[in-house]
Design a protein around this ligand. Structure first.
Ligand SMILES: [Zn+2]
Length: 182
């Protein structure tokens, strides 16, 4: 007698790797699993209920991160960009995030399907001021219109585009360059 271990296979539906392994081992197929779970195949792949989002930068698809299904695609993309530093923060950046759903191919490989692009806008960070109370922004009419306000403490400038509501910050040297000559 004795127990034949290979007769008892547990597939953990909450663990995509477990399901993918069972498909790779020929224990089940994406079609059988889809029928069992009463779901449609997406791009010939099996998307498990509660599948995680897979996010990557659209232009650099190497850094993949996954996020829970409790988020929507926008939230997953926001979360993805919040984990990475984009540029030096002095200028606003638009990051294009590719968001897909984790799925299993017919061969039992984990992939992502139903990919969409989500544009995430990141505001420029306000640079620190030398003054302990922070910046003292004041309008300065002597500037050429690209800078709205100048800080009376550190000389930095800032400009808010009223149309796009994007704020840009300028160094004191850049502000001086934009000063209209007398
Ligand atoms: Zn300042």
């Amino acid at each position: 007698m004795g127990t034949k271990k290979e007769n008892f296979v547990t597939i953990n539906l909450g663990d995509i790797e477990s399901v993918a392994a069972a498909i790779r081992d020929g224990i089940t197929t994406v079609e059988l699993m889809a029928e069992y779970l009463d779901v449609d195949l997406v791009e010939d792949c099996l998307v498990l209920p509660g599948a995680r989002w897979v996010c990557t930068e659209a232009d650099a698809p190497s850094d993949e991160e996954t996020y829970p299904a409790s988020m929507d695609a926008e939230e997953a993309a926001q979360e993805y960009v919040s984990t990475v530093t984009w540029g030096d923060g002095s200028e606003p950046v638009d990051v294009c995030v590719r968001v897909g759903l984790q799925a299993i191919t017919e061969e039992g490989e984990v992939t992502s399907v139903a990919e969409q692009h989500v544009e995430v806008h990141i505001e420029a960070e306000e640079p620190h001021c030398v003054h302990e109370d922070g910046h003292g922004w004041k309008a300065d009419p002597a500037l050429d219109g690209h800078v709205d306000e100048v800080c009376g403490h550190c000389g930095r400038g800032r400009d808010m585009d009223r149309h796009s509501e994007v704020t840009r910050y300028y160094s004191a040297a850049e502000v001086e360059d934009k000063r209209i000559p007398d």
